[in-house]
Design a protein around this ligand. Structure first.
Ligand code: GLA
Length: 396
């Protein structure tokens, strides 16, 4: 094994401990890498198949498919989990058809797997889906303390807090109210803001009093290349606002849902990792195809996302459909993603100086081909349409 390959393997091995720290931290606690896990929304939306049997099955798959070993921790449920009405005491209730065993029992099941459990609500009078019979599911606006106490009692570890039906109340005020309620709940609960970038959350969401663990920077992703590309371009320029424990969130992964090619899904995963984005799997792991699973289990790419230095990659080139993004890593090496957004193959040359490398001898490890090369740090390659190559470049 070459030295650089050994270094990459070591980095991948240390990943498990790093992710465990992330899983136990709350908003405002010790620095932590981007959250990793699963959320059902991109695969099920509000359809009936979203129920407790499905989510238990997902938790089982975290273990049997090796996802827990790769660092994925959170099993999160999205909109449509709640009953139409609050209970007589004003507390949130689960939909009895979807979750007959209740949320606490589901959280317990997930915890028994050594995993963490996430729930969804909206900083509004009701959530986003669906206005069936003119009723939405109850939202958290004005109920923050009571809802945070319910979440804590159920064993919730993570809250995704959406932006629908917000009654035009100031966003800073709405997201601060829930942040304070979560902190006062007596349980560490990771705070994932989902405000779609409408009020430039990167300027305020990572600081007290909100102190969120992540904030959505864009509208919703869809399972197609154009959507993924648009969101990447909006998020990649926000690198200066991300820092350990406080991440830009370009929305959840679509890998495995069938609307993009494997080349495009590899680009999606590579770009999210180099942007230090949350890695939330959005496909049904009970039926995932081997090629998609292999993408999600690329531990060398995951190690880039989770690197303890905690820096979002910086775009050093955006020209003529070619993007070059560089992410400094804790061991002194750099991760580099080279992405061809265009519809035809491209010959691309990247100079070592463009990557910020001094003149010298470098090892270049290809994180998708798993091959090694030596050189002066420059890169020359032919990239197929929509493809991304990803490297770890260092002197060791
Ligand atoms: C919004 C969010 C999505 C999802 C849906 C659920 O659109 O941005 O991620 O949570 O609501 O209704």
């Amino acid at each position: 094994m070459s030295d650089s390959l050994a270094a990459v393997r070591r980095a991948a091995a240390s990943l498990v401990c790093v992710a465990a720290v992330a899983g136990s931290a709350s908003a405002g606690a010790a620095p932590m890498p981007p959250q990793m896990g699963f959320n059902n929304w991109n695969s099920t939306h509000c359809r009936d198949e979203f129920d407790e049997a499905m989510i238990r099955g997902i938790a089982d798959k975290f273990i049997s498919l090796g996802l827990k070993d790769a660092g994925y921790r959170y099993v999160n449920i999205d909109d449509c989990w709640a009953n139409w009405q609050r209970g007589a005491d004003g507390s949130l209730q689960p939909n009895p058809k979807r979750f007959p065993g209740g949320i606490k029992a589901l959280a317990d099941y997930i915890h028994q797997h050594g995993l963490k459990f996430g729930l969804y609500s909206s900083a509004g009078s009701s959530t986003c889906e669906p206005l069936q019979e003119n009723r939405g599911f109850p939202g958290g606006l004005g109920h923050e303390k009571q809802d945070a106490a319910t979440f804590a009692a159920w064993g919730v570890d993570y809250l995704k807090y959406d932006n629908c039906n917000n009654q035009k109340v100031d966003a800073h005020q709405r997201y601060t109210a829930m942040a304070e309620a979560l902190r006062g709940s007596g349980r560490p609960i990771f705070y994932s803001m989902c405000e779609w970038g409408e009020n430039k959350p990167w300027l305020w969401a990572g600081k007290p009093p909100v102190d969120a663990g992540s904030w959505r920077t864009t509208g919703d992703i869809s399972d197609n290349y154009a959507s993924m590309l648009k969101i990447f371009k909006q998020n990649v320029v926000l690198d200066s606002y991300a820092r350990p424990g406080h991440w830009n969130d370009p929305d959840m992964l679509e890998v495995g849902n069938g609307g993009m090619s494997d080349v495009e899904y590899r680009s999606h995963f590579s770009l999210w990792a180099i942007m230090a984005a949350p890695l939330l799997i959005g496909t049904d792991l009970r039926t995932i195809k081997p090629d998609a699973l292999q993408i999600l289990l690329n531990k060398e790419v995951i190690a880039v996302d989770q690197d303890p230095l905690g820096v979002q990659g910086h775009q050093v080139r955006d020209a003529d459909g070619v993007h070059v993004i560089v992410k400094p890593l804790k061991d002194g090496s750099r991760a580099v993603a080279v992405f061809n957004e265009g519809d035809s193959p491209r010959d691309v040359s990247v100079d070592a100086a463009e990557l910020g490398l001094k003149a010298g001898h470098y090892h270049l490890h290809d994180l998708w081909q798993h091959s090694d090369a030596k050189g002066d740090g420059s890169i020359k390659l032919t990239l197929p349409a929509h493809a991304t190559a990803m490297y770890r470049i260092g002197q060791r």
